[in-house]
Design a protein around this ligand. Structure first.
Ligand SMILES: Nc1nc2c(ncn2[C@@H]2O[C@H](COP(=O)(O)OP(=O)(O)OP(=O)(O)O)[C@@H](O)[C@H]2O)c(=O)[nH]1
Ligand SMILES: [Mg+2]
Ligand SMILES: [Zn+2]
Length: 307
């Protein structure tokens, strides 16, 4: 049988076979699934081969993971080389961010969208909880739009209770398979429910002030919704470490830097101090946002974990 992994608990997977049946599955002991050194050999979104278990009902084992069209991967911890696949076979990945309660740093956002760029996953950033910014909100909207104007990423700003951004969000997700990721408490599950009430995902309580440490969603789960929409809600992540890039490669994943890369004097320019560097000149002129350049430096210097 063939099916799609719709939930991952670490030890058990939920698999939806093409006849609409839901199975609980484990991986086969010795199976060599792929060559990636990851903590999870099977991830939500994977197409898998499932062998029915003769002894227990609705239970099976995953014997094969089929080729992935794409995937999103991160390093969870600076000390560990272990990588985690967030989800696979995606039409897009939305980072849900909030500037307060909890705060998402621009560095975190940029590491996420850099990884999307490098791994061929269309990216979106939804700045949620704008209602909490009050009068400061409008200024923030302008700043954020300016920072990300050439970054090849869709940016939406709004809140889970406000209509306009939600409409645009819904239009992007409908009929597609998107991942929702971000810190715990930013409102991933709330947004999912706001756009697709039938998802009925569990949401954290408003009274919690330490939202960053407390996880309401505990497992990655794909919600199959009307119009062939599949949304993967995930547990909050503390950080998003980028994996395995050569220093000279990093600037290629900053779309706004790309037009300048061939114009630097040195082929192996890292755009930090070199003479006749076209990226530094563009930065000076304001054609590359300073905030994005700072994120670039952070990634280059491997300062990418746990703020
Ligand atoms: N003021 C305000 N509160 C919001 C907004 N969106 C979500 N919240 C609240 O934020 C809290 C956390 O929301 P969740 O949807 O559980 O957050 P989550 O990102 O799914 O968190 P984890 O599942 O732990 O990763 C809840 O109390 C929501 O009601 C918003 O736009 N504005
Ligand atoms: Mg949640
Ligand atoms: Zn340069």
């Amino acid at each position: 049988m063939e099916g799609t992994v719709t939930k991952s608990t670490g030890s058990w997977y939920q698999v939806l076979t093409d006849d609409g049946k839901v199975w609980m599955a484990r991986t086969r002991g010795k199976m060599r699934l792929n060559d990636l050194d990851t903590s999870n050999p099977v991830a939500v979104g994977d197409r898998v081969e499932l062998m029915e278990d003769q002894n227990y009902a609705d239970t099976g084992s995953i014997s094969k993971v089929y080729h992935r069209n794409n995937y999103l991967i991160r390093r969870a911890n600076k000390l560990s080389s272990r990588r985690q696949i967030l989800a696979t076979n995606l039409d897009g990945a939305a980072l849900i961010a909030s500037l307060t309660s909890p705060r998402t740093s621009l560095g975190f956002i940029d590491r996420f969208i850099l990884t999307c760029e490098a791994y061929h996953v269309p990216a979106m950033v939804f700045f949620n909880k704008m209602d909490l910014l009050g009068e400061r909100g409008e200024e923030v909207v302008d700043d954020i739009k300016h920072i990300y104007r050439n970054a090849n990423v869709s940016v939406l700003l709004g809140s889970a209770t406000e209509g306009k951004a939600l409409e645009a969000f819904s239009a992007m997700l409908k009929g597609k398979r998107w991942l929702l990721a971000g810190h715990s408490g930013v409102g991933k599950s709330t947004l999912l429910n706001a756009v697709f009430p039938e998802a009925n995902a569990k949401v954290g309580r408003i009274s919690d002030h330490h939202a960053k440490g407390r996880h309401t969603t505990t497992f990655a789960e794909m919600f199959t919704l009307a119009d062939n929409t599949q949304i993967i809600d995930t547990p909050g992540i503390r950080d998003f470490g980028v994996v395995d890039f050569e220093p000279t490669e990093i600037s290629q994943y900053f779309p706004e830097m790309r037009p300048y890369l061939s114009k630097c004097k040195f082929n192996d320019c890292l755009h930090t101090h070199e003479p006749e560097c076209a990226v530094l000149e563009a930065l000076e002129k304001g054609d590359i946002a300073d905030e994005r350049y700072q994120s670039y430096l952070g990634i280059l210097n491997n300062e990418d974990i746990f703020e």
